[in-house]
Structures are given as structure tokens and as C-alpha cells.
Ligand binder design. Structure first.
Ligand code: ZN
Length: 402
């Protein structure tokens, strides 16, 4: 049940007679053989291989472990996400001094109940800018800061990607605040590129998203909701190849304390028993203000997706109203409501982020890849709400106790 961390030994086994979503396409009935923490083979036809322990997948769908493209690392106990099939999380700002063990873990094929973590570490923001003033001290981009050295310092602290705060209004009061300039943004993005680091931008207004896109940022890790996306912004994203992580779950949490999209999921009897006290505390935490945006952000998702801009699923877990793991189920439902097919939404949580962030060992069900797997009742490639009915999760080929 919630919070337990037991993991079984890594024996060889086959998940047989199962529908397989491999990150992009659907194999209606096949077998997946797992051993030593890896996927040994994906059999699209034929009999169940003899001599291995059989886990019957009839009536179920097997998916790659899901990737949440926007979280904040909140706790050394990282078991909440995998219990909801989320086996990899991309942190988008947290204290880098605690990340060492997670970098070791993500290379290992040993059983674990924790999610794997990639992290932004500290982000690039200016004195008095977004992300400051909450009592946490961290290096800021001051007038005269050598920006290439700033990025190199984040890299040596362990940042996997560079996060940029492109926000010129206070999120609550909408009062003007200082922000990185277009020139600083361009220089920071270029410095990150030189070091082989993706650069990702926080922007909740279209004009600031454009600053990131013009600078050549790898992606936007929120989708703005202040305006309908313009043809100019679409063209910018197309030209630079930028991806977008919309975080519709965040817009839903901002919009109202009732947060119907999240509550429909977390009150579902297939979901509720697995929510830990820690997750519940995040889900129940109030923002204390409401800001409509879900409809516009959803409309923008549809326009960008239709234009061929890569979409990755992300939640902003680790802030009020949003919890590790379970909130990704909400995000995928919101992406489908915005106009993605269920299969496209699932690709946004598997193959697409793996390809963008350069994860060669995960995000697909393929021979040789890490055996991070999610088995669900029914067919989430047709009905995304089927993801609420998780039957089993494996991390590195070992079942986790939900
Ligand atoms: Zn965030």
C-alpha cells in the first residue's frame, strides 16, 4: 500500500499476451521478456517463451515507465511517483547539493522503488526576479555576471539542464518584477548549448516565451495562458525545433481550489488508496488565489501540437495542488481533453521526452532498454482514463509494492 518500499528480486519473467504500447506504436498482442533489469526481447507473435515465469497480461496494456517532464525534487523518499507508473522525473529547480545519490541511482539496474531524477539545480534568475525572495539563497544573475561562467558553475554543481526564469510579472499580484533580458537569455542559452546542456524556460506570458524561443531555448516547460498562441510564436517554435511542456495541471490548480480535473482522478477508487499522506498534503495545499488559464493553455496545446511542435507531459509536482506521480495521470487526461489522441499523450510522457533529453535507455519498450514498465487494465491508447487502473509497475525489472 501507499508508502511501502518493498522490491522483489530480479528474476527473469515474461509479461505474456499483452497489448504493448512501445512509446509510439501499439502491438495488439505480444510478449515482453525481462531479465537482469532489462527488456530482453519484445515478441510480436508466436507462443509464450518456455522456461520463464509468466505474468499474464490478457486484457491489459504494457507501457514504458512514464516520464514527468516538470517536477521539483521535494524529498529523498522518491517512491510516490513510481507507484503511479512515473519512473523518471525531470526536476526543474531544486537544491543541487542533495542530488549526488540520484545521479548514481539512474545509472544502476538494481531494483529500486524510487523514481530516477534529472535536475536543473539552481536556475538563472535576477535579483528581485521570479523565484527569489522565498528565503532560499542561491547564485543570481547580477549586472556584470559572466554568463558563460554562471552556466559552467551550474554544470559543475550537477545541473543536467539549464532552467531560465522568464517572468516579468509577479504570479499572484501581476506587479512588474525584474527579469533576465533578451540579451542575457541568448547568452545563457548559447553557453548551455556549448556545454551540451538543454536549456528550458519558465514563461507564463507569450511575450516572455518568445524571448526564450528567439534565444534558441531547447524548450518551454510551461505553456503560457495569457493569450492565444500567435502565428509568429508557432513559426518561432517550428523554426528552432523547440518543445513545449504545457503543465496544464498547474493551470488547473491555479484556476480554482475545486480543481475538478485533479479531483476526478484522485478520488477515483482505482487511485485513492495509493495516495500517500505526503501526496495528499501537496494535493490539498491551497494557492490562496485563482487565475483562469486552463482553457487558453489547452487551446494553445492544440494549436502547437497540430503545427508539429513536440509536446512533453509535465506536472510541476512539488508545489501546491500537484503531487508526484498521480498528477501525471491528470496531465495526460488534460492533454487528451486539449486535443491530443490518447496515444499522442502517452508518447508525450515516454518516447518524446526520452528523445529530447537524450535518454537512450528508457521511454520505449525495446530490446536492451531498462525494464521500467507499467501494466494497466484496459486500453489507455483508446481511453486515457484507463491509466487510473494500474495493475503493476516494474523498476529495473523488479515489481514495486504499491
Ligand atoms: Zn516548476
Amino acid at each position: 500500500m501507499a508508502g511501502t518500499e518493498a522490491v522483489a528480486a530480479q528474476g527473469a519473467f515474461v509479461i505474456a499476451n499483452v497489448r504493448i504500447f512501445d512509446g509510439k506504436r501499439v502491438i495488439e498482442r505480444g510478449h515482453v521478456v525481462v531479465s537482469g533489469g532489462r527488456i530482453v526481447s519484445v515478441l510480436e507473435r508466436g507462443a509464450v517463451p518456455a522456461g520463464t515465469q509468466v505474468h499474464d497480461g490478457s486484457g491489459k496494456t504494457l507501457l514504458p515507465g512514464l516520464i514527468d517532464g516538470h517536477v521539483h525534487h521535494t524529498d529523498a523518499n522518491r517512491t510516490d511517483a513510481p507507484r503511479f507508473g512515473v519512473t523518471t522525473e525531470l526536476d526543474m529547480v531544486s537544491d543541487p547539493t542533495v542530488h549526488g545519490p540520484f545521479k548514481q541511482q539512474r545509472k544502476s539496474y538494481q531494483p529500486t522503488a524510487n523514481s530516477d531524477l534529472w535536475t536543473a539545480g539552481w536556475w538563472a534568475t535576477v535579483p528581485g526576479g521570479h523565484g527569489t525572495g522565498n528565503g532560499t539563497e542561491f547564485p543570481l544573475v547580477e549586472p556584470g555576471t559572466a554568463l558563460a561562467e554562471f552556466v559552467a558553475a551550474r554544470r559543475s554543481e550537477g545541473s543536467d539542464h539549464l532552467k531560465l526564469a522568464l517572468e516579468d510579472r509577479n504570479l499572484v499580484t501581476q506587479a512588474p518584477i525584474p527579469s533576465l533580458s533578451a540579451e542575457q537569455t541568448t547568452e545563457l542559452v548559447a553557453a548551455a548549448r556549448k556545454l551540451g546542456m538543454p536549456s528550458v524556460a519558465h514563461a507564463t506570458a507569450q511575450r516572455m516565451a518568445q524571448v526564450g524561443l528567439r534565444a534558441g531555448a531547447t524548450g518551454l516547460v510551461h505553456l503560457f495562458a495569457d493569450e492565444v498562441v500567435s502565428a509568429e510564436t508557432v513559426a518561432l517554435a517550428r523554426r528552432t525545433g523547440a518543445f513545449v511542456t504545457p503543465t496544464l495541471t498547474l493551470w488547473s490548480a491555479f484556476e480554482s481550489a475545486a480543481n475538478p480535473a485533479t479531483n476526478a482522478v484522485v478520488r477515483d477508487p482505482r487511485v485513492a488508496p495509493y495516495i500517500s499522506a505526503r501526496q495528499r498534503a501537496f494535493l490539498d495545499a491551497p494557492w490562496g488565489f485563482s487565475r483562469p488559464g486552463l482553457a487558453t493553455a489547452s487551446r494553445n496545446v492544440r494549436i502547437l501540437h497540430d503545427a508539429g511542435v513536440p509536446i512533453t507531459a509535465g506536472t510541476d509536482s512539488g508545489i501546491p495542488g500537484i503531487a508526484h506521480g498521480v498528477s501525471l495521470l491528470v496531465e495526460l487526461e488534460l492533454l487528451v481533453r486539449a486535443g491530443l489522441t490518447p496515444r499522442a499523450a502517452l508518447t508525450a510522457a515516454t518516447a518524446t521526452p526520452a528523445s529530447i533529453y537524450g535518454f537512450a535507455d528508457r521511454g520505449r519498450i525495446r530490446q536492451g532498454l531498462r525494464a521500467d514498465l507499467v501494466l494497466v487494465d484496459g486500453d489507455p491508447t483508446k481511453d486515457i482514463t484507463a491509466l487510473r487502473g494500474i495493475s503493476a509497475v516494474w523498476r529495473n525489472g523488479a515489481p514495486i509494492t504499491r
